[in-house]
Design a protein. Structure first.
Length: 310
């Protein structure tokens, strides 16, 4: 644990910002960070353990860049360091914390706001327009590689015939988009729990930049349900300033859903988590549901390019 008394630490930081200790309340649900509301307008985030400290340092570097590009995300008000407990080698380290503007409202897990999805597309379009540059702690993620179906057959999760069919489908999808296209700056965890809406259901902000990376643009949409990606992409295409061939981006998004869904199929059960992709089979069954729903063009054509019943 980075601090043995997160509440006490939060109260001390609140006092530095002119807020009484009684005005500190913890916001539950954070996996990587303790999150506290400081009064009515500020939010404090500090890592739960040293393993998450680098992700928060990355956020501190990324947020000013994306905020400067016009992406709606809470601005940083202050940052600092917490003296951590002595390590086994006898040295001491420092862990970051950040105080940010607060966002009034709920995330899209708590409040399903259909009207917000077009704004999500516009915000991600602005994000993906950012010119390549060095940002401390932000890695390059080339996306998924390999054939996850091979391991699934070897370990008995799929029969060989089904694996062959899936591999053929993914191969055809992979030919529909450029795997060598320039990387863009990704939020990296574009999911309902990181999309905030106000109490009227209007988009308010993107939060949690700890997974930010440079990578393939279609990978950005792999943590959204495909039904929601349908709502996001038209506005995204209007803003991002890239010309796509018909079905190109849709094929790439579907490819990532299949690739990640297959890769996660051997994972352990994860009950009680808020993210819809946490259970190992959720993303694959999400693809099945989407295909069975009769999706609109150009998704329908992308799917029908391969005979799914061979």
């Amino acid at each position: 644990m980075v601090t043995s008394d997160p509440v006490g630490t939060a109260r001390a930081i609140a006092v530095e910002h002119g807020i009484e200790p009684a005005g500190v309340t913890e916001i539950s649900g954070g996996v990587a960070n303790y999150v506290f509301r400081l009064g009515q307008r500020l939010v404090l985030r500090m890592p739960r353990s040293a393993a998450f400290a680098d992700d928060l340092r990355k956020e501190i570097a990324v947020i000013p860049v994306v905020h400067g590009a016009g992406v709606r995300t809470p601005a940083i008000v202050a940052e600092g360091k917490i003296s951590t407990a002595e390590r086994r080698d006898g040295a001491r380290g420092d862990s970051p914390y950040v105080v940010m503007e607060g966002v009034e409202g709920n995330d899209l897990v708590e409040q399903n706001a259909m009207a917000a999805w077009a704004d999500v597309g516009r915000e991600i379009g602005l994000l993906h327009r950012i010119e390549p540059r060095e940002i401390d702690g932000v890695p390059v993620d080339a996306g998924a590689d390999g054939r996850p179906v091979d391991g699934l057959v070897e370990q008995g999760y799929l029969d060989a015939g089904t694996a062959q069919w899936l591999a053929a489908w993914m191969s055809e999808l992979g030919e529909r988009f450029d795997r060598e296209a320039p990387a863009v700056l990704l939020h990296g965890d574009l999911a309902p729990q990181n999309i905030m809406v106000d109490h009227a259901g209007r988009f308010a902000a993107l939060i949690d930049w700890g997974d930010a990376a440079w990578g393939p643009r279609a990978m950005e949409f792999a943590k959204l349900r495909l039904e929601d990606v349908v709502r996001v992409l038209p506005a995204y295409k209007d803003v991002v300033g890239v010309r796509f061939e018909p079905g190109e981006l849709e094929a790439a998004v579907l490819w990532f859903h299949l690739q990640w869904g297959l890769s996660n199929l051997m994972g352990p059960p994860r009950p009680g988590e808020r993210h819809w992709t946490a259970p190992p089979a959720s993303r694959l069954t999400g693809v099945l549901r989407f295909v069975a729903s009769g999706p609109p063009e150009p998704w329908d054509t992308v799917i029908k390019k391969v005979d799914l019943w061979v």
